[in-house]
Design a protein around this ligand. Sequence first.
Ligand SMILES: [Mn+2]
Length: 389
Amino acid sequence: MELSPIRNMQAAADYVSQQPRSNRVVIYGDEDVDGVCSVMIVKEALGRLGFKQIETLFCLHETEGHGFSLKALDFIKDKAPALLILVDLGISDNKGIAKARELGFEVLVIDHHEPLSPELPPANFIINPKHPADSYHFKQLAAAGLCYHFARWLLQDDPDFDLLDEQLVRLAGLATIADMMPLEHDNMVIVNRMMDLLPSTSQVALRALLDRYLTKEKTLKEAIHQIIATLNASQVNQQRQAESFLLLTEDKPARAVKIIQTLESRWREYLVLREEIILEAQQRLNEESLEEVIFVGGENWPRRVIAAVASRLADEYNRPAFVYSQMAKMTRGSVRSPEKIDCVALMSACSEHLTNFGGHPPAGGFEIKNENLQKFRLCLIENYRQLYG
Ligand SMILES: [Mn+2]
């Protein structure tokens, strides 16, 4: 595979390579599988380069939403001066990044989300194919795919890179599937290599997961989806450590199996909860006349199920589904839309009502003050008619 020509890959890799190895590095990532794999890839690469002080932390979705918030910065501010690497988030976190620079962090953003405003955050380097100045032809890499390419830049002179390369591409491939990125171009190369290399892995957690899921009746693809489902049941604790990260970095098989069992039992609880909420949503939709855009939610609908509920409703009713969880003042929601309908475009057209939003054409998320919910709903319907009616 060639070194990726994505903008800033080389410049950022040169910059990192020139840092004294005793410098502190903080890697901060999203809590989902893509974020966790991204953190792992960057951590492995920097460790291989000889960095001694690497800390890894994750975003608390449930309470802070997506991104690098001022609260997150508060948590890490004592670690400055340091190199702060934000992965799978950061591209729209102008405030948090500006403040981090003031506090003495040098900031590298490796993100694949669409920038929400034309003004980009004041990071030292931004790697994001969706950056307006990036001319790379393929924009749909997962964050872990970007991190993998970055690792290749960092370790291009390492004579023993091959073994590590296999380890990293497995993570990048899993993340690409978990993030539902289109399986074409670079993604296809990464995912095909992962499929070839996964069954032979000796990495403790992946080995334990495969031993459980890759049974005689199951295809490799099915086993991979089960691995991702288990990893997705992970939570982040108050120290901002993600269980899935602890699992994937565990080197004792018995302990890995214990973490897997915890995640599996949480996954089963999650499935029950998800079906309850889907049923409630369907009942409500069937009582009312169906609109072009599904907009449904509830007070304290658990945030971790709403993305899956949106996905089910979008499939079943074949229209964009906005599903939300309403809290005291704020509401957070997830969107899924059928093929050819761009949910980010719909939200952009109504962004005046939102406090935050983001995502890709088929899947996204939003954050809104409760008082604007109905205005947002009407705006979505109106714009849907204009764009797709
Ligand atoms: Mn991602």
